[in-house]
Design a protein around this ligand. Structure first.
Ligand code: MG
Length: 395
């Protein structure tokens, strides 16, 4: 038998976690991992889903629960008055939770650029950060990685591809790496051309072939922007050049990414697709623990296929490569524009291909500021959102 319970003692260090965004898709799966390994949860943070937060408080008994929505915080405080969990309201509450006290690792799965400030807070408080928020690295990656180095903490990738690369690198010096091979499921619209994409619906964009995720990231998968953001994330996390990252369409989502070394040896990480493996590895690193995953059965998996992405149709992928090559505030502009455009698409205000066009126009029409401060990054982000809404009004 290979159950987690029997192997609990193999965790070689104490793990106490804080989970930011605990009611979202990655957050919920993190709570599953915490339950499986009996990890101590110091704090959780959510937006306004107080039903779920109350369930988590009763199950995990955290010291703190931050609730970004202040009215929801008041209701939750009354609902859990019989527990010892202290409710921290508002944005300040989320920041206070990120700083933690006892936590060894802060998992941040807050969606979008709202995740940046909590990430920096956790790093400055000396916590390792398990990062499921890729926007943080896309908008302010150089800044975040520098802060992490200065505070002697690790940024542990939770994104499946980066978790795979992290495992394949496993301490090898950077000089030995020739390239990173970033795999991509191809999204809901693989094989379609531009003309076949203009009329696609919100529901079609939200049907992902292999991974189960929140709506924003699922739309990004369908547009391949997710892979563009991940390319930028890889450049920042692993300190490689953009031309050292090759994107490969791999429909089966079994090979989660690979590293090719200077001797042309390729290391790959394979498993059934399940985020809980990445979450667990980030939380328990450098230990490796039994998991709830099914074994990968190669006889059932059958053929594993690889193909080049269609960058003429899915223009956001080359746009992301262009943005990270340009550097400065360009990636913040790209991300801000995309977040605004996806929100408009999810709200049925623009078509799917409008996302490509509007984001492209805003990125190409905005000057990049080199070596930006955090304030300049935030300014680029909000200017991009405004530019998208202005363009959409004139459509
Ligand atoms: Mg990913």
């Amino acid at each position: 038998m290979n159950t987690a319970g029997e192997n609990k003692t193999t965790l070689g260090h104490d793990v106490t976690v804080t989970v930011l965004g605990s009611t979202g898709s990655v957050g919920m799966q993190t709570m599953d991992v915490a339950a499986l390994h009996d990890l101590r949860v110091e704090a959780i943070a959510g937006g306004r889903n107080i039903t779920r937060l109350e369930e988590q408080i009763r199950k995990f008994r955290p010291d703190f629960c931050a609730v970004e929505d202040e009215d929801a915080a008041k209701l939750l405080k009354i609902a859990v008055a019989d527990t010892d969990t202290k409710i921290l309201p508002g944005r300040e509450g989320v920041i206070a939770a990120a700083a933690g006290k006892k936590s060894s690792v802060v998992l941040n799965s807050i969606i979008g650029t709202a995740g940046l400030e909590p990430t920096l807070t956790a790093i400055r408080a000396g916590k390792n950060v398990a990062l499921a928020n890729k926007e943080t690295l896309v908008t302010a990656g150089e800044f975040v990685m520098r802060e992490a180095r200065e505070h002697g903490v690790s940024v542990l990738p939770v994104d499946s591809e980066h978790c795979a690369i992290f495992q394949c690198l496993n301490g090898e010096p950077k000089e030995r790496v020739k390239k990173l091979l970033l795999t991509c499921s191809g999204g809901a619209f693989y094989g379609r051309k531009r003309a076949e994409l203009s009329g696609v619906t919100r529901a079609e964009a939200l049907a992902h072939p292999t991974w189960k995720m929140g709506p924003k990231i699922t739309v990004d998968c369908a547009s391949l922007m997710n892979k563009g953001l991940e390319l930028i994330e890889a450049v920042r996390l692993f300190d490689v050049r953009p031309d050292q990252v090759q994107v490969l369409i791999h429909r089966e989502s079994i090979v989660h990414s690979m590293v090719q070394y200077i001797d042309n040896a390729v290391m790959a990480q394979l498993s059934v697709p399940d985020m809980r493996l990445c979450i667990q590895y980030a939380l328990t690193y450098p230990d490796r623990m039994p998991s709830c995953l099914e074994e990968l059965d190669f006889l059932k998996a059958g053929r594993l296929t690889f193909a080049a992405p269609d960058e003429e149709t899915f223009t956001l992928l080359p746009l992301a490569r262009e943005a990270v090559t340009a550097g400065g505030t360009k990636t913040a502009t790209l991300n801000g524009a995309n977040e605004a455009a996806v929100a408009l698409f999810l709200d049925d205000q623009i078509t799917f291909t409008d996302i490509f066009d509007v984001v492209g126009e805003v990125v190409h029409g905005t000057e990049s500021i080199p070596d930006p401060t955090l304030a300049e990054i935030e300014e680029a982000d909000s200017a991009a959102r405004i530019a998208v809404r202005d363009k959409v009004r004139s459509l």
